[in-house]
Design a protein around this ligand. Structure first.
Ligand SMILES: [Zn+2]
Length: 180
């Protein structure tokens, strides 16, 4: 039941965001990591998440500030998620379409790493989930997009590949927020 409700919220997010450009209308947007997972230190997780926010903030005029504990705008945490999901994000908005809260979850059934090709990469998954938390709702068919449903952090040789926004990612997020 909880899962169905979350799916429903996500579907409404897709409809409204596509129609009206629902997004954050405040600056800076605050974030906080609420709990951790055993395979990384808390500093490594905060470092990976901060790098993921920076990847987006380089191309849009939106700043992200780590603060405020459980009162932050975007709360990130680890919990068990179903099936093959590595992450999950939902968000809430008010009558003006301004986002006022988002929750991002990382699946703590995975073994998480920081720039380790053999583990689930916190930066790559956080970039994808933060994209949702900023209002990019659906998944991209562009295989180079960080919003592709298949999140990649290795190259063809199995080496770690740092996440990079595709040209479609940049134009999609700038359609919501403008350019930095
Ligand atoms: Zn997604």
């Amino acid at each position: 039941m909880v899962m169905k409700l979350m799916v429903l919220i996500f579907v409404f997010g897709i409809i409204f965001s596509a129609a009206t450009g629902y997004r954050w209308k405040k600056n800076p947007v605050t974030f906080s990591v609420q709990n951790y997972t055993s395979t990384l230190s808390s500093n490594q997780i905060r470092d990976g998440v901060t790098q993921a926010f920076n990847i987006w903030s380089r191309v849009i005029p939106l700043d992200f500030k780590e603060c405020c504990g459980s009162n932050a705008d975007i709360l990130l945490s680890f919990k068990p998620l179903d099936g093959t999901l590595v992450g999950w994000t939902n968000y809430k908005w008010n009558g003006d379409g301004a986002f006022y809260h988002a929750d991002t979850y990382f699946n703590n059934r995975n073994s998480w790493g920081l720039k380790d090709p053999r583990k689930t990469d916190i930066i790559a998954v956080a970039v994808h989930e933060i994209g949702h938390a900023l209002g990019l709702t659906g998944h991209s068919g562009d295989s180079n997009s960080v919003m592709n449903s298949w999140i990649k952090w290795t190259d063809g040789n199995g080496n770690y590949r740092y996440p990079q926004l595709s040209s479609s990612d940049i134009s999609n997020i700038q359609n919501l927020y403008g350019r930095r």
